[in-house]
Ligand binder design. Structure first.
Ligand code: 2PG
Ligand code: MN
Ligand code: MN
Length: 559
């Protein structure tokens, strides 16, 4: 049965000419876009002989595809790509309206306030406090400030009398240092609410990478720091107001890594710990970095850290973050129903699959790939291997990350001949790109290229096929630019470093000894994007994709 209840026919039609049984390596370079060659394009600066040689196969075996905006289900063409929407599109073969867009629609129509989730939390408004926890920026990757603003307004109009916002500063999807402005904006909104009789305040905060927003259980301490501040009202730093807190803490850390703080009253008492009878909403729409907190808030038998205090609350996510675990049970907006993913089809058709990355990207090639669904479709047919990521460092310190280990695992999986598809995510360009450290990102790109080479070499040995692509841009452009592409400087003359993803297209290359003669990229899908990759991969496994999948990027010509 499909998730919508209808019977799904999983059998895929045979491809008219392409054979089955070739080992296929599917390599996703995280944060690897295509951009003009200059000194801030780390992919260009780095030695990347493998990726360079693939590019020489253009236009038949190398091309660019869209990885941002509407091509991946985001609200506008100004929205940069990200891993969640990117891997969802790669795996699902169709474009789904994503969380950002679904929340926009639900807020605009007011439907968000009519759903079960809002009713559930609003029953606490009379006696309890409404806590809103999430990423404070307009990055649009995990959350958006304007959505928070609408939610604050909507909730207060519908009876929330006491509101506490627990902020996580960004500096990753937006410029470092922009946190101050976002906090000022939020403070002025909360002041207006107070004028209207709503007791609304910021209660706690911290930088997203150091407080709360860990993912894939890489480091529970991150979530614990947030818990202590948000729930217990305990943090090493105490301030009377949040703008002052962020300004002060920025003296020793950037936005992504601000230490946890709580806002206190005249008696040094935290103004907004979470108490029995309160309502809590995590207002991020994106799943990966909210799942751990959701578990801490929702699971009775939670044992990842000592929560000390476990208030009886009503908790709702902006979305449901994990469709398989049904986590959280209550949510304000229904998530996209990403069903019938390519992974599920291929497993049903006997394609044995291996997927691997290191912890910080592990869920990208498994959970996101499979439509935000954790676990295997069929454990007999699939093996997912996670290589533990380094914990407690920023990745510019170790820019090679686990690229070679991922390459080795993929190589061994290919050479074992136990798998038909070997899928990896190579994180370097993205994770190091987010640190804004240009030199380290150059090293990162080189390491990623070396990992690609290892995997392609293994494919050569077994007579297989490779598909190399990326989920969105990042390392190819490390500075903020004006409309004509010139780097921008701030008031003090400092170059404005871009830590975020980009709106650039990404490459896709196909090749390997197992690629049938005459296979090439068609030229009649010029606007092809990440969602076109699934049908392409199904073809290379010897199958035709379901009708409603975005069209394949390849054709077979007689030569
Ligand atoms: O680190 C993350 O959470 C995002 C940026 O916010 O990056 P990616 O989409 O590549 O995972
Ligand atoms: Mn990514
Ligand atoms: Mn990223």
């Amino acid at each position: 049965m499909g998730s919508s209840g209808q019977q799904v026919s999983w059998k895929l039609a045979d491809h008219p000419t392409l054979p089955k049984g070739k080992t296929l390596a599917l390599i996703v370079l995280d944060g690897w876009g295509e951009y003009k060659p200059d000194e801030y394009n780390c992919i260009h600066v780095a030695q990347t002989p493998t990726m360079d040689s693939l590019k020489q196969g253009a236009p038949e075996k190398w091309r660019l595809i869209r990885a941002h905006g509407k091509a991946v289900g985001l609200p506008t063409e100004d929205d940069m790509g990200n891993s969640e929407v990117g891997h969802n599109a790669l795996g699902a073969g169709r474009i789904f309206a994503q969380g950002a867009k679904l929340v926009d629609i639900a807020l605009a129509s007011g439907k968000i306030y009519e759903g079960e989730g809002f009713k559930y939390i609003s029953e606490c408004f009379e006696k309890g406090t409404l806590h809103l926890i999430g990423l404070l920026s307009d990055g649009g990757v995990h959350s958006r400030l304007d959505q928070l603003q609408l939610l604050l307004k909507g909730a207060s109009e519908r009876g929330a009398k006491r509101i506490r916002v627990h902020i996580l500063t960004d500096g990753r999807d937006v410029l470092d240092g922009s946190s101050v402005g976002f906090v000022e904006t939020l403070e002025s909104d909360l002041a207006k609410l107070r004028e209207n009789g709503v007791d609304a305040r910021i209660a706690s905060g911290g930088g997203r990478m150091y407080v709360t927003m860990d993912r894939y259980e890489n480091d529970w301490d991150v979530v614990k720091r947030g818990w202590d501040a948000q729930v217990r009202g305990e943090a090493p730093h105490k301030f009377a107001n949040a703008v002052e807190a962020v300004k002060k803490l920025r003296e020793n850390a950037n936005d992504q890594y601000l230490p946890p703080f709580v806002i206190v009253d005249e008696n040094e008492k935290a103004v907004g710990p979470i108490e029995d009878g309160d309502a809590v909403v995590t207002f991020n729409f994106r799943a990966d970095r909210m799942v751990m907190l959701a578990k801490a808030l929702e699971h009775q038998d939670f044992d990842k850290f000592d929560r000390v205090k476990v208030p009886k609350i009503r908790y709702a996510g902006m979305l449901q973050y994990d469709g398989e675990l049904k986590l959280p049970g209550h949510y304000l907006v229904s998530p996209p129903e990403i069903d019938r993913t390519s992974g599920e089809y291929l497993v049903h058709n006997g394609v044995r699959t291996f997927a691997c990355s290191e912890t910080v990207k592990f869920g990208h090639v498994t959970f996101f790939w499979n439509g935000n669904r954790s676990g295997y479709f069929n454990p007999e047919m699939e093996e997912y291997v996670e290589i533990p990521s380094d914990v407690g460092i920023t990745f510019n310190v170790k820019p090679k990350m686990k690229a070679l280990e991922i390459g080795e695992k993929a190589r061994d999986a290919i050479l074992s001949r136990k798998f038909d598809q070997v899928r990896v995510n190579i994180p370097n360009g993205d994770m190091v790109g987010h640190t804004g450290d240009i030199q380290a990102t150059v090293v990162a790109c080189k390491a990623a290229d070396e990992a690609v080479k290892m995997i392609i070499d293994a494919i050569e040995q077994v007579g297989g096929i490779y598909v190399v692509t990326a989920d969105h841009g990042n390392a190819e452009d490390m500075v903020k630019r004006n409309k004509s592409g010139q780097p921008l400087y701030d008031k003090s003359g400092k170059l404005q470093i871009l830590t975020s993803h980009t709106c650039q297209p990404v490459p896709i290359a196909i090749g390997g000894p197992g690629l049938a003669a005459g296979v090439r990229f068609r030229n009649d899908v010029p606007d092809g994007g990440l969602a076109n990759v699934a049908a392409t991969v199904m073809n290379l496994h010897g199958y035709v994709a379901p009708n409603d999948y975005e069209p394949t990027l390849i054709e077979v010509v007689n030569n």
